[in-house]
Design a protein around this ligand. Sequence first.
Ligand code: FE
Length: 190
Amino acid sequence: MQNEKLLTFVQSMSQLLLSSPAESTILKEGAALLGTLVAADDWLPEMFTVPHPQHYQQYLLYADPLDRFSMVSFVWGPGQKTPVHDHMTWGLIGMLRGQEIDTHYFKHSDGGYRAGQPHTLKPGEVCSVSPDTHDVHVVSNYYADQSSISIHVYGGNIGRIKRHVFDPATGVPKDFISGYSNAVVPNLWN
Ligand code: FE
């Protein structure tokens, strides 16, 4: 029962990607689908909501067998944040529980990265990343005393994509592959 909404999203996203639409179409229509999914916080299985005391968790919820998209539950413990990083593919971020702060970073003429205006994502809201327009950012939990959860959808198998973290002062990139925190995924076929 609790996985019906997740299955519906996965089916709708698969349908959307069937015709290999332009990225702008994926971001627009995918954002609407993700917005519907995160409109109510009543479907994410408990085991994918558990924070880690030291670092944020990335629980894989679904990965398309053709690597067209993947879906992750991002769980922020109190005060946790990412380094400056990129994705190398489009991404959608839907806020499910709590709030997070998304800050885009922009390449400066001195080679480093500068922070743009921070944006607070509230429950039910969706934002995006895209290599074409805004792929480098920092995300942090809005709260210092409680966890937050957002649902991320990416245009590939994000846990296996080789991407980068950056030293914002120098702009020097370092390769990284994020992997996933979980050994099991939701059963959508029950
Ligand atoms: Fe990110």
